[in-house]
Design a protein around this ligand. Structure first.
Ligand code: SF4
Ligand code: SF4
Length: 479
């Protein structure tokens, strides 16, 4: 370094700061545990209906039988997916894509109509948190009892209540993990393996992993999953507009807020309808105050609307201080009919039309699906050759997949070149839900056509003669 360089640079001395003088500023807010108060009302009832529905389906489906097998089974080892009468192969991946497109479009549609409907009522995080909270309330009591218990010293009462709660949580979580694995391994066999203590290592891993995730997410993480981990919370605002139904507080009607006696006239006290009881905050599973307006933490569960309606009933005021409404409806004082007219806007109608179209297309494609599949591969190990009788022979490998649950015999034929014939077996029998590779030899009289590559078609017809599959290939005539 030159002298001029060092002269032009300023040297800033670094001095140690006395630890006593330094003030530590944490960039992270300490997590405050939320104790949601129990709530009853229309939206709480709807949530429980969905908890029951989704869990009856989830826990019940793997136990249903269809013929000799489990009705819904995703057999990854055999690469077969059984959904009642349907047997799907990895080649049917298009249906999974269709299902994902339908799920994404449904999410767009429901979000455009009524915000975070999925989050508030059907999301597994909400559903399991609701179940775990119910268990917690049964063993530790409602909000104030739980706060008292947490603040109190460890004694026998606290120990058995907390221990009992965790024991029940763990049982539910492990049963959830077991059910999850039961979608991939026949659940009755899995049950026997559990009882006889002979589960495979992967099965043990997934039961514990899924169970642990349920226990952690629904028991401890709760609203933090929605607030910090769920990506949907981040981009859902892009799907909202001022005509989306969201849980809203009617500021004009509610403010100025303030406590008063039931008999007092709010107008003479210059008060709005909000009695500032804070119940809407106490029931909120994410611990926010809906009176501060739309916040990204709000999962649209409607608990605050339910509890506020009970407060309004007690005070003798009209319900709906906190309700599902749109920002435009609140601002313009629209009636319910006017609000719905604006909710059903072009965007919603376009989403509905596309969704209906895709659903119909997918159902039609499933209904018209051929119950077998064929893959044709030219056997590259065997070049075109001249065989006895002066015939040119090409060899192919055909994979025939039987997607029905009975043994099937298929008839093979070939077209595309005059004189082309099958010189091997013309039928192939495939066991139920199995796939079979067969070698097929095609022969063509020498000089029947010019040298080169000629397009041909295989036609494979099912035993009933009603369904057939046509597959393209080429026949090679050497010079
Ligand atoms: S529950 Fe209703 S009345 Fe009570 S604080 Fe909330 S908005 Fe106000
Ligand atoms: S603000 Fe209301 S709707 Fe939103 S999460 Fe809290 S209780 Fe549910």
């Amino acid at each position: 370094m030159s002298d001029t360089d060092s002269a032009s640079r300023k040297i800033i001395p670094i001095t140690a700061v006395d630890a006593d003088d330094a003030e530590m500023v944490s960039l992270y807010e300490a997590h405050k545990k939320i104790y949601p108060r129990s709530v009853s009302g229309l939206f709480a009832r709807w949530r429980w209906v969905l908890v029951w529905l989704t869990q009856l389906v989830f826990y019940g489906l793997p136990w249903l039988e269809w013929g000799q097998r489990q009705a819904v089974l995703f057999d990854l080892g055999a690469r077969r997916f059984y959904i009642f009468g349907l047997v799907l192969y990895p080649q049917d991946f298009i249906y999974l894509t269709g299902l994902l497109v339908i799920s994404a479009l449904s999410l767009f549609l429901f979000t455009a109509v009524a915000g975070r409907l999925w989050c508030g009522y059907a999301c597994p995080q909400t559903v399991y948190t609701e179940i775990f909270l119910w268990i917690e309330r049964k063993l530790e009591g409602d909000r104030s009892a739980r706060i008292r218990l947490d603040d109190g010293p460890w004694n026998f009462n606290k120990l058995w209540r907390k221990g009992g709660k965790h024991a029940v949580w763990l049982l539910v979580a492990l049963w959830t993990g077991f059910t999850f694995v039961g979608y991939f391994t026949p659940i009755q066999e899995l049950g026997r393996e559990v009882l006889q203590w002979r589960m495979g290592s992967w099965e043990v891993f997934w039961v514990i992993f899924y169970g642990f995730a349920t226990y952690g997410n629904a028991g401890f993480m709760r609203e933090q999953v929605c607030k910090y981990m769920c990506p949907y919370a981040r981009f859902q605002s892009a799907m909202f507009d001022k005509d989306t139904l969201i849980v809203t507080y009617d500021t004009e009607r509610g403010e100025p807020r303030g406590a008063r006696s039931r008999k007092a006239d709010p107008a003479t006290l210059n008060l709005g309808a909000c009695v500032d009881c804070s119940l809407c905050v106490q029931v909120c599973p994410t611990g926010i105050d809906i009176r501060n307006g739309l916040q990204y933490e709000c999962i649209g569960c409607g608990a605050c609307a339910d509890v506020c309606d009970t407060v309004m009933d007690n005070m003798g005021y009209a319900r709906g201080l906190v309700k599902y409404s749109t920002q435009n409806a609140v601002k313009n004082h629209w009636t319910r009919a006017e609000t719905w007219r604006h909710v059903l806007r072009p965007r919603v109608l376009v989403y509905t039309a596309i969704l209906t179209l895709i659903c119909v297309a997918m159902l039609a494609s499933l209904a018209l699906r051929t119950p077998f599949k064929v893959d044709v591969v030219r056997d590259r190990g065997v070049l075109a050759r001249i065989v006895a009788g002066g015939m040119i022979e090409n060899v192919y490998r055909l994979q025939v997949m039987n997607a029905t649950e009975s043994e099937q015999t298929y008839r093979l034929s070939v077209s595309g070149l005059a004189g082309l014939a099958i010189a091997s077996e013309e039928t192939v029998t495939v066991a139920s839900t199995e796939a079979r590779w067969v070698a097929v030899r095609l022969q063509l009289p020498y000089e029947a056509t010019a040298p080169g590559t000629h397009p041909i078609h295989f036609e494979i017809t099912a035993g009933d003669g009603k369904t057939s599959v046509r597959e393209k290939s080429v026949f090679l005539v050497p010079r």
